[in-house]
Write a protein that binds this ligand. Structure first.
Ligand SMILES: NC(=O)c1ccc[n+]([C@@H]2O[C@H](COP(=O)([O-])OP(=O)(O)OC[C@H]3O[C@@H](n4cnc5c(N)ncnc54)[C@H](OP(=O)(O)O)[C@@H]3O)[C@@H](O)[C@H]2O)c1
Length: 222
């Protein structure tokens, strides 16, 4: 892909790589363990990027605001891939007085739902027929001025970036806990690469502590 934003995946993960307590659980519960210092780290990144993305499922389960709160700075544009535009109309990302929002959807989205989202002040863009097609979406976002994009999950969306190698950095806030569980979402979901020759290689750029959390910052190699 020639034109796409510089992409940074940022996530809070348990030591066993889980994003939440069980499938369908809001990660806000697990994140309540995080120190203020780690929140500040997360929000410092938000304040520096043009756009911030989470998947539609994260909007439905966590109802995040995706705004900058723990530090001073400008709110990034929120981008939500949502193939049938099934975003609850009372969700925080549709509070467009706080920050601009783009709902990326497909031809499958019912017209009435699209109109209601537009009435809330969000922009709706179309990319793909089935699921949102990131090969179409990412160049569009670039053309709309989103040159740096922070991706905050969940695991399905992270996989979309990882599988097409459309990610430049991964930054992790490690919570010093083990969650366990076979089907609990981990940092990256999807089908997985399966072959050793295909897996994504990373280079550790830095590691440090913020409060009680280890932070690791990784660059995608080659
Ligand atoms: N710890 C953390 O940092 C963190 C961060 C974020 C989320 N989470 C947790 O992660 C969990 C959600 O993760 P998730 O993997 O289930 O969902 P997700 O990645 O947040 O969202 C996936 C949804 O996005 C939509 N979508 C549109 N185009 C897509 C495409 N090309 N590929 C994949 N999905 C596409 C689909 O919904 P439609 O069918 O409606 O289009 C799909 O179900 C929640 O439990 C949340 O609490 C944790």
């Amino acid at each position: 892909m020639e034109k796409r934003p510089y992409v940074i995946i940022v996530s809070e993960v348990s030591i066993d790589g889980k994003l939440t307590l069980y499938r369908g659980a809001s990660s806000k519960e697990l994140m309540s363990l995080m120190d203020k210092e780690a929140y500040r780290y997360l929000h410092e990144i938000r304040a520096k990027v043009d756009g911030i993305m989470v998947g539609c499922e994260t909007v439905r389960t966590d109802n995040p605001s995706l705004t900058v709160r723990y530090v001073k700075g400008k709110n990034p544009t929120r981008v939500i891939p949502c193939s049938t535009a099934n975003v609850p109309l009372d969700s925080n990302v549709l509070n467009t007085e706080e920050a601009p929002t783009i709902i990326a959807t497909t031809q499958r989205a019912p017209k009435e739902r699209v109109e209601k989202i537009k009435e809330k002040g969000a922009q709706v863009i179309f990319a793909g027929d089935e699921l949102v097609d990131f090969d179409i979406l990412l160049p569009k976002l670039y053309d709309m001025g989103i040159r740096t994009l922070m991706v905050e999950g969940g695991s399905s969306i992270n996989w979309e970036f990882v599988r097409r190698r459309a990610v430049n950095e991964i930054r992790l806030i490690h919570l010093p806990v083990i969650v366990g569980g076979e089907n609990v979402p981990t940092l990256v979901g999807g089908e997985g690469f399966k072959k050793l020759k295909d897996i994504l290689h990373l280079r550790l750029r830095s590691h440090f502590k913020r409060g009680n959390q280890l932070i690791t910052e990784w660059e995608v190699a080659g």
